[in-house]
Ligand binder design. Structure first.
Ligand code: UD1
Ligand code: UDP
Length: 365
């Protein structure tokens, strides 16, 4: 089987690592980097840490408006797909790279496998919601990470594969595989503990700091929301560490939002440092999808700086609480007591990638 995998943004490098490892045992993978993320701290570091193979093609699109970025990836990915003629194209998540990869493949009648299918925020103006809805519609294999995702797709009319089917067809079908970020976390948690020196480097004591990440357009592009979030970080009156996404850095520069000294802005960190920072945080504040899940899997209370989540499983037992961008709500959520019971399992067994490769190989192989 010959697969062509499209990646372009930070979380996609992390998701592609377990998949690449699983597929390359017995099959061929052509790895395409769109260039959506290009800063070394948003891209190269993950290839090095996760031993992700060097991309076979780099499309070099860089930043731009949604239309320009999506259009350039579409045009350049199409060229690569015409040349390589893979059996299937694999896309991850909900970025502009995901959407463009799905469109390029579908127009060439190459079947698409969508890893992380079926997630919905039900907020139609959110760029990621547009990307994931279209990507799902164009996909043949919808690899759902959770039961919620399966149910979302069922309501949209996509049939679900029951159990472990022995016959496969190329009709759009949902497969419950578990979450590939859970694979990545399990493969790297012990390595992070062994290798990461981030706590020493930042002089942080386990359990005595808050970790915050902010990059969602709804927060960065709205000065009132961004201001409320930074007010809340300051009012926590404890060390807050913020590995800052370049989008948020640029947004802050254009405002008069004051960042208090207890709120420590640092460059984005690598995956191993990020796992370590999350594991030892007293609590995590984030608008990231991936970070909500990782906090849950690591048993660290989370406050989501949004009004909805695509990962409602994380709300179980108040391990995650939605606080929007409202200073009072954020403070209340961040100060809530640590949940008494462990987070129930929700994201699979850490073998999602092998399951996906098996399904693909039996379908096209
Ligand atoms: C993108 C995804 C988002 C995902 C996030 C992961 C879309 C629409 N959004 O958001 O779903 O959660 O990646 O991190 O695809 N920039 C740099 N250096 C880089 C990359 C970006 O400075 O290497 C800056 C540029 O100013 C750019 C801005 O960040 O305009 C936004 O980058 P972009 O890739 O468009 O979206 P993200 O906010 O990163
Ligand atoms: N991450 C990282 N360094 C950082 C911030 C995040 O390695 O400075 C990792 C994080 O652990 C998770 C993934 O990036 O695995 C989440 O990506 P991001 O928050 O950029 O996007 P989202 O998941 O919201 O699409």
């Amino acid at each position: 089987m010959k697969l062509l995998t499209i990646v372009g943004a930070r979380p996609q490098f992390i998701k592609a690592a377990p998949f690449s490892r699983a597929v390359r045992h017995n099959h061929t993978e052509i790895l395409v980097h769109t260039g959506q993320h290009y800063d070394p701290l948003l891209s190269d570091v993950f290839f090095e840490e996760l031993s992700l193979p060097r991309p076979d093609y780099h499309l070099g699109v860089g930043s731009g408006t949604h239309g320009r970025q999506t259009g350039q990836i579409l045009e350049r990915a199409e060229e690569v797909m015409r040349k390589e003629r893979p059996d299937a194209v694999v896309i991850y998540g909900d970025t502009n790279s995901t959407l463009a990869g799905a469109l390029a493949a579908a127009k060439l009648a190459i079947p698409v496998a969508h890893v992380e299918a079926g997630l919905r925020s039900f907020v139609r103006h959110m760029p990621e919601e547009i990307n994931r809805v279209v990507a799902d519609r164009l996909s043949t294999w919808l690899f759902a990470p959770t039961w919620t995702a399966v149910e979302n797709l069922r309501k949209e009319g996509v049939p679900v594969a029951e159990g472990d089917p022995t016959t496969y067809n190329l009709k759009p079908t949902t497969y419950l595989t578990g979450d590939i970020m859970c694979d990545a976390l399990r493969q790297n948690a012990a390595i992070a503990t062994e290798k990461s020196r981030v706590l020493e480097r930042l002089a942080l004591r386990p359990g005595e700091y808050v970790l915050a990440t902010i990059h969602r357009a709804a927060n960065t592009d709205d000065v009132d929301r961004l201001g409320e979030i930074f007010d809340a970080l300051a009012l926590l009156h404890e060390p807050v560490i913020v590995p800052l996404h370049p989008r948020t850095k640029a947004a802050l520069l254009g405002t008069d939002i004051k960042v208090e000294p207890a709120v420590r802005i640092v460059d984005p960190v690598g995956y191993l440092d990020m796992l370590q920072l999350q594991r030892h945080a007293r609590t995590v504040l984030t608008d990231s999808g991936g970070v909500q899940k990782e906090a849950y899997l690591l048993g660290v209370p989370c406050v989501t700086l949004r009004d909805e989540t695509e990962w409602p499983e994380t709300l179980a037992g108040e391990w995650n609480v939605l606080a929007g961008a409202d200073c009072e709500r954020i403070l209340r959520a961040a100060r809530r007591p640590r949940p008494a019971t462990s987070p129930p399992p929700a994201f699979g067994d850490g073998h999602a990638a092998e399951r996906m490769v098996g399904i693909l190989a039996r379908s096209v192989g």
